[in-house]
Design a protein around this ligand. Structure first.
Ligand SMILES: [Zn+2]
Length: 195
């Protein structure tokens, strides 16, 4: 079986310059679960300093597109063009198992507090480093997952009165913990996606 490759473009403006640290913080929390669900090897490949890709001017879109829908439509079209050019240059064809992630610092769209964007038809996602679970969340969307309710898990061992949120949860209230895992429903979707 083909391995799952997370081709990760680190934007030139990302403060963390250590790839191992990025992998530890944002990938190691979910890639073992993906590997176990799909029974595939998972590779994380970091790429930096690539003109046309890692200098992609995502901050410019907010000025011209004021709604999330128009913003998403415009940035989706342009990032698909950029990735297609990159793939052609590197003689790669599109594969279900090849994922392209654009890692950024801060918000993708600050006025709307957008932390990431998944483009499932192209296997491309943007994700911020400001939040441990954003990469895992956007990858979940690429693999067919939708949003979970927040309350999916209770930390009985520590008698935590709050429920914890899985990777696909949204609107996690302050003080509610994040569990580093996908819900049962999402796990079934991801397994099916790679069958
Ligand atoms: Zn989402």
């Amino acid at each position: 079986m083909q391995p799952i490759n997370f081709y990760t473009f680190v934007h030139d403006t990302v403060a963390e310059k250590n790839d191992a640290q990025l992998e530890y913080l944002f990938f190691n929390i979910f890639t073992p679960e993906i590997a176990s669900l799909t029974r595939r090897r998972v590779n994380v490949i970091f790429t930096r300093d690539t003109p046309g890709i890692t200098d992609f001017n995502y901050r410019s879109y907010e000025k011209n597109y004021r709604t999330i829908d128009s913003f998403a439509e415009a940035i989706t079209a342009d990032i698909k063009t950029a990735v297609t050019a990159y793939m052609t240059e590197h003689q790669r064809t599109a594969k279900k198992t090849d994922v392209y992630i654009f890692l950024i610092d801060g918000h993708l769209m600050p006025s709307m507090l957008v932390e990431g964007l998944a483009i499932p038809e192209a296997n491309i996602a943007f994700a911020t480093t400001f939040g441990r679970t954003v990469v895992a969340h956007e990858v979940g969307h690429l693999f067919g997952a939708t949003h979970d309710d927040v309350a999916l898990y209770r930390d009985t061992e520590h008698n935590n009165p709050y429920h914890c949120a899985t990777f696909m949860a949204t609107d996690r209230p302050d003080g509610v913990c994040a569990i580093f895992g996908y819900s049962g429903e999402t796990r079934a979707i991801i397994t099916q996606h790679f069958k």
